[in-house]
Every structure is written in structure tokens, then in C-alpha cells.
Design a protein around this ligand. Structure first.
Ligand SMILES: [Zn+2]
Ligand SMILES: [Zn+2]
Length: 267
């Protein structure tokens, strides 16, 4: 399994996941041409994508989904709430998914899970293949138990670390926006992200990407420092942590050969 972060943040989100010939996008929130070029550079033909999975309808996640889907005949998988907000001209391209169920798309099994955010039926996704297990959860105000459970036994967790509380508090945002970001249906702070990982204990993810960092109220340095400190305190200092970039494809992860070699033993 391979995972690329193409972009992550309030200016647009997009990830690519591939395993054994099946490729999907999670989020389609950057301009269409940029996503198409990114796929070209990565060697993925947009016409061959098995699906576009959307966590929710906010523009930074869904901006180009409708056009991309129509142009390349790629189905959009998301909640009824998100699909409703997209107003697809060709409804046959929409695939409604529900939290708690598993959807097989080629070689990938995708399990959506509900997250608390100020949008209609927002989701996160856990994605499993023979060669790896990953989950993506951004845009959530806090981490309920049903969500924390999805973070266990992963090879890669892509988790929101949106803001540093001190930077948010002292920053330039108007107070209504500060309240929204820090609210239970807003975004996840660096500390809350770290606590959710720490809760996994010895079933913590093998690697973590901190995502959807605010450009105003956070920095890669703040996010890494806070999360590393809390993980070290919880005996998880060995977990490698990286931060995604707002508008650039800066991270690529490939599942370890060890796991792929182990598979026949359990087949
Ligand atoms: Zn967002
Ligand atoms: Zn959002």
C-alpha cells in the first residue's frame, strides 16, 4: 500500500492511496488541474481511479470532486449528507456510504466512521489492504471513542493537528471564529491529536502524519513538539511523526515489505 499527501489544510485537501493496482483519492479539494497534474506526476491515470472518497462537503475537501468525477467517470463515495450538498448532475456517480460498514473497492476495503464536525454527516476513513492499514481523520472537534478505536493497529495514521491553543487564543482570528475552531464541532488541537494517539497504547500506529495544520494558528514545529512530548510521556516516543504540506505533495508512505511477506503465514 502506498499513500501520498498531495495537499492538506484549509486551502485544499487531497490524498492518493494505492494498493495492488487499485487507486483512490481521499478528498478532492484542490483545483482540478493541479490534482490532474499531481496524478500524472505520480504515474496514475485519472480515468483508472476506482473512486473519490469525501469526508465532508466543505469546499477545501470537495471543491473539484464534481468536475473530476464527471470528467473521468469516477464515482464519489461519501455520506448521504455530503452527496446531497454536492448536487451531482449525474446521480449515478454518487455512492452513499455509512459509518460502521465496510466497502470493498478493488483491492481496498474502506470503512467510513462518523466524526464530530460542523457539516452534514462528516466522516473519516479507515482503509485496509493485504499490504497495509491506514486511516485519515481531519476536521473533527474532538475524538470520540468510536473514532479513537479506528486508530488502533494502523501502519499509518493521517490525523488532524489543526491548532496550538496559545497561538489560536492570541492570534488574529475574530472571537466567533476562535470559538468555532476550538469547539466540539470544529478542529483538533495538537494536544488532542496526541492524546488520541496515546490512547491506543501498545496498539498505536506505526507512523503518524499530522495534517490540516492551520497556517494562522499552528506551525509544523509547534505540532511536532507538542505531539512528540505527549507521545514520549506515554512511552510512544518511537512513533515517527511528520507534517503534511498545505499545497505541495511532500509525503509518501509505502507499507513495509515485512508485512507483505508475513501475509502468506496468515492466509
Ligand atoms: Zn477542512
Ligand atoms: Zn471542514
Amino acid at each position: 500500500m502506498r499513500v501520498w499527501s498531495f495537499a492538506s489544510g484549509s486551502d485544499g485537501n487531497c490524498y492518493l492511496i494505492e494498493s495492488e493496482g487499485t487507486a483512490i483519492l481521499v478528498e478532492c479539494g484542490r483545483p482540478y488541474v493541479q490534482i490532474r497534474d499531481f496524478l500524472e506526476r505520480t504515474g496514475v491515470d485519472p480515468d483508472t481511479l476506482a473512486g473519490i472518497f469525501l469526508t465532508h462537503a466543505h469546499g477545501d475537501h470537495s471543491r473539484s470532486a464534481r468536475y473530476f468525477s464527471k470528467e473521468h467517470r469516477v464515482p464519489i463515495y461519501s455520506s448521504v449528507g455530503t452527496l446531497g450538498a454536492l448536487h451531482l448532475a449525474d446521480r449515478s456517480l454518487g455512492r452513499a456510504v455509512q459509518s460502521g460498514r465496510t466497502y470493498q473497492v478493488g483491492q481496498l476495503d474502506v470503512q467510513p466512521f462518523a466524526v464530530p464536525h460542523d457539516c452534514h454527516e462528516p466522516l473519516g476513513f479507515r482503509i485496509e489492504a493485504g499490504s497495509g492499514r491506514a486511516a485519515i481523520a481531519t476536521d473533527l472537534g474532538w475524538v470520540p471513542h468510536n473514532v479513537a478505536r479506528q486508530f488502533r493497529d494502523l501502519d499509518l495514521l493521517v490525523l488532524e493537528a489543526n491548532y496550538d491553543p496559545h497561538l489560536l487564543e492570541t492570534g488574529a482570528y475574530p472571537s466567533f471564529l476562535k470559538r468555532r475552531v476550538a469547539g466540539t464541532y470544529g478542529h483538533l488541537s495538537n494536544g488532542a491529536a496526541a492524546q488520541a494517539i496515546a490512547l491506543c497504547g501498545d496498539r498505536a500506529p506505526q507512523a503518524v502524519w499530522l495534517a490540516h495544520l492551520s497556517e494562522e494558528n499552528n506551525s509544523p514545529k509547534h505540532a511536532i513538539q507538542t505531539v512528540s512530548r505527549i507521545l514520549r510521556r506515554n512511552g510512544l516516543g518511537h512513533v515517527p511523526i511528520k507534517t503534511t504540506h498545505h499545497r505541495r505533495s511532500n509525503l509518501r508512505w509505502t507499507s513495509s515489505v515485512a508485512r507483505e511477506r508475513q501475509l502468506p503465514l496468515f492466509a
